[in-house]
Design a protein around this ligand. Structure first.
Ligand SMILES: [Zn+2]
Length: 145
């Protein structure tokens, strides 16, 4: 108490030197502006505020978590597996991929984003597991239009 600190004065509308008049829980609580002598709650100076790194908002944190889990759950395709599948695919004509179509195991599909894929597993009536060159994807099928 009695110390001087930089704070924003609402009356001066400026960052001025204040004298600490009250502390609360170890933090500066009430201050008096040495310029206009008004007493008010302590507000950290702009320098103090900009020094703090803002924490991600709840929404941002959720998105970050999603990206993180997607990254760790993504299965890697080994080059060996991919080459083996390509050999099996041989001369087969790839089927264009669309969520409304129906596929069965060992078919070759062509996805506009992921490229050539190999249906490794039919999970259920509406899902297939497809091995692409860089990743394994669960794709929809038989989706009603
Ligand atoms: Zn003031």
């Amino acid at each position: 108490m009695g110390d001087e600190t930089d704070s924003i004065c609402p009356r001066c509308d400026d960052e001025t030197i204040h004298r600490v008049v009250a502390m609360m829980e170890g933090k500066v609580h009430l201050v008096i502006c040495t310029r206009c002598n008004s007493q008010h709650r302590y507000r950290p100076s702009l320098a103090t505020m900009t020094r703090k790194v803002p924490l991600p908002s709840v929404r941002q944190a959720k998105v970050l978590k999603k990206i993180e889990s997607a990254r760790t759950s993504r299965q890697q395709v080994s080059l060996k597996e991919w080459q083996a599948l390509k050999e099996v695919a041989g001369e087969m004509e790839p089927l264009p991929y669309g969520p409304g179509a129906s596929y069965s195991e060992k078919q070759i599909v062509f996805h506009p984003t992921f490229g050539l894929g190999f249906v490794r597993k039919v999970i259920d009536k509406s899902k297939i597991e497809v091995v692409f060159e860089y990743e394994i994807k669960i794709l929809a099928m038989n989706r009603p239009k």
